[in-house]
Design a protein. Structure first.
Length: 218
């Protein structure tokens, strides 16, 4: 009788796990609906997707870290549009690996934490750039700014409205934007127009602690 090899054992374990999950999912009423995606850079292709958001209509916005863009699909996976490329100008991105984007449930505005450019960018539902905010985004100065055209990468730091690796955003029912400012170990809150409102976390007054989780890989 043949003794089971390590490979055979691993396959058997994997099969049991899959079978067990399938039974569990079925018991809970879950069912597979569908899938889409092929690696590439063309319209409707995906390359290193690391985050997504779904709007009130069921449309899906996917963060593509390697293509430096956001791709938008309908609920069935049909491609709608995409925007973004690598760079520092408005509408471009640098380091969005793992970015937690958000879509306003009422206005359908899309907010993207542009971690490598130390700023937040805001777009309409079609991907048209509206504004960016952070320190120095208008002219590189050491001050909080909101920019609507001719934008630059932000200036890294820990001032009010300044970012050190912003990684995730969320939008509440009133339209306020909440940002995880990763390396500053705090949450920052802004109005829908980018106006700084408040921040919280240990040591945020006057200096933020930096003994924090690691930043996304670059």
């Amino acid at each position: 009788m043949q003794r089971p090899t390590k490979t055979m054992t691993a396959v058997a374990i994997a099969a049991m796990i899959v079978f067990g999950w399938s039974v569990r999912a079925s018991a809970l009423g879950y069912r597979f609906v569908g899938k889409w995606g092929t690696t590439g850079s063309g319209a409707g292709y995906l390359d290193y997707p690391t985050g997504l958001a779904i709007d009130a209509l069921g449309q899906v916005y996917v963060v593509e870290a390697s293509n430096f863009r956001i791709s938008k699909f309908d609920a069935g996976g049909g491609f709608i549009t995409a925007w973004g490329s690598y760079g520092t100008a408005e509408g471009r991105f640098s380091v969005i690996d793992g970015a937690g984007i958000a879509v306003d449930p009422t206005t359908f505005k899309v907010y993207v934490p542009d971690a490598g450019n130390w700023r937040i960018q805001k777009f309409d539902a079609a991907g048209n750039f509206e504004r960016a905010w952070g320190w120095g985004v208008q002219d590189g100065s050491s001050a909080f700014q909101v920019c609507t055209s001719g934008c630059h990468a932000g200036v890294q730091g820990s001032g009010d409205g300044q970012f050190w690796v912003p990684t995730h955003v969320a939008v509440d029912a009133g339209g306020d934007v909440y940002v995880i400012d990763n390396r500053n170990a705090r949450i920052q809150v802004f109005g829908a127009d980018g106006t700084f409102e408040r921040t919280w976390g240990w040591g945020v007054m006057p200096t933020a602690s930096r003994s924090t989780p690691r930043a996304p890989s670059t």
